[in-house]
Ligand binder design. Sequence first.
Ligand SMILES: [Zn+2]
Length: 307
Amino acid sequence: MSWRDVGFWARGRLSLAASRVANRRVALPAPAPLDGVLRGPTTPLALVRLLENRSNAEREAAVGRWLASRGVEVDRHRFATFEGRGENLAVEVGRGDRTVVLIAHHDAVPGSPGANDNAAAVAILLHLLERWGPRPPEGVRVRLLFPACEELGYLGTRAWVRERGVRGIAGVLSLELCGVGDSLALWDASTPSPFLAGVRTALEGLGLVADVSYHVVGRIPVFGSDHRAFAAAGVPAYGLTVVPAAEATALRSFVFSPVRSALRHAVRRPPPFDTYHTARDASATLDPAALEHVAVALQAIVAAAGR
Ligand SMILES: [Zn+2]
């Protein structure tokens, strides 16, 4: 145990307590029957129902069930520390000396359906796994990592990095809030890297334009995500989020002001933060085009990493 871990523990508990208070009067609707989702369509939006409205234990189990039903080899990594416990799940596709890690945490805060945070991201990666089944990526290995306990200061990923290491990893993207909006935002991306250059090339190859349809921004205060555990180990690692272009200015002032973001339960929040960590974070608020946009971008990023 280190003082850094104690800090994560304290911040994580505070954030969960805030969500519990804010969402206290809400009972979640019944989740979609799991068997129906397992046999149903594999569009990203349909796969959001795999996790939406379930408890964290059920979300973790549902991801495991889905992966097992696909016949892929699943790396199950259980961890338990004084901060919490859970299971990280990982699968790999493609072959190569270098690995790109794509992350989507499966847990949610109490009282939230957890659709945009973070069922949408999980659904996008499961959808990609399906697409890559018959035609795996070439020239690069892709690890899809589904950690537990992101909402406890990305505890699951810290445990993963500590125990599994980071050897051979070319770059990491952690998907957060990937279901609302039309512009991609790479964040915590203040340090250039060959991986980041490849991401830019891939996005521009799709016709996206820097500072218009995709944005690369520096370290964001208050908010964080799983990539930071890899960044702390010296790996190029960034957050990936979709945002509505029309909200770009409001979003900048919201996420880059530590005071506004810390008081996020009290101030008017621009989308996609209007539903973030609330009982309103339901799949009805998601835009299927946003999820599809992220899936296409990730395919291009992986293809570029393999060249
Ligand atoms: Zn999240």
